[in-house]
Design a protein around this ligand. Structure first.
Ligand code: 5GP
Length: 178
């Protein structure tokens, strides 16, 4: 275990096993309408995307978007697109891949954006969900793990761009925030 990690909340084995279940569920749900385009939000969702796609037994494609909140306007859910999709979403079923749903603002804004660009449907798969932090009414259709209101790192999630490569989700020691 990394020396700065206080506790592990979700192990690598648990993430792999849950990704297998989610992959099966996703395949079943999209079997009739056809494989969705997976849209992953950079950078946190990359490890989860890489694990999940191994377990979706369909001919899927994926693309990336990078968004950030405008300074000072976070409460409005106003976001800036740093990298847009290379693929047109018009008429497509989209499955948004997230690392964590916290307040829900990013999710709601990106969902609305994709619908306004003509997506046929937008569903969400997230590795982690912090329902107690929600300020807007959005819900992911597929959730890996529900967690308490704690700041977590690992499996894509960072603190100052570090710890994304940890193969588990954990909480940093208090000294890291001093
Ligand atoms: P939301 O718009 O739902 O408030 O924010 C979602 C984004 O906030 C996530 O994609 C992630 O980048 C960041 N975030 C929220 N909670 C955590 C956390 O516990 N750890 C880390 N590293 N990032 C978080």
């Amino acid at each position: 275990m990394h020396p700065l990690i206080k506790k592990v909340l979700v192990t690598e084995e648990e993430i792999i096993s849950r990704s297998k279940e989610l992959g099966k569920e996703i395949k079943k749900d999209y079997e009739n309408e056809g494989a969705p385009l997976l849209v992953a939000l950079l950078r946190g969702s990359v490890p989860f995307l890489a694990e999940l796609i191994k377990h979706i037994d369909m001919d899927i494609q994926y693309d990336f978007m990078d968004v950030s909140s405008y300074e000072g306007t976070e409460s409005l859910g106003d976001i800036r697109i740093l990298k847009d999709l290379d693929t047109s979403v018009k008429g497509l079923n989209i499955l948004l891949v997230e690392d964590i749903v916290d307040t829900g603002q990013t999710l709601r804004t990106v969902k609305n954006l994709l619908m306004s660009k003509g997506a046929k449907s937008v569903k969400v798969v997230t590795l982690l969900d912090k329902p107690s932090r929600r300020v807007v009414d959005v819900q992911a259709e597929y959730i890996g793990f529900e967690i308490e209101n704690e700041f977590v790192v690992g499996f894509g999630l960072d603190f100052n761009q570090l710890y994304r490569n940890l193969p588990y989700v954990g909480v940093l020691k208090d000294e890291c925030y001093k």
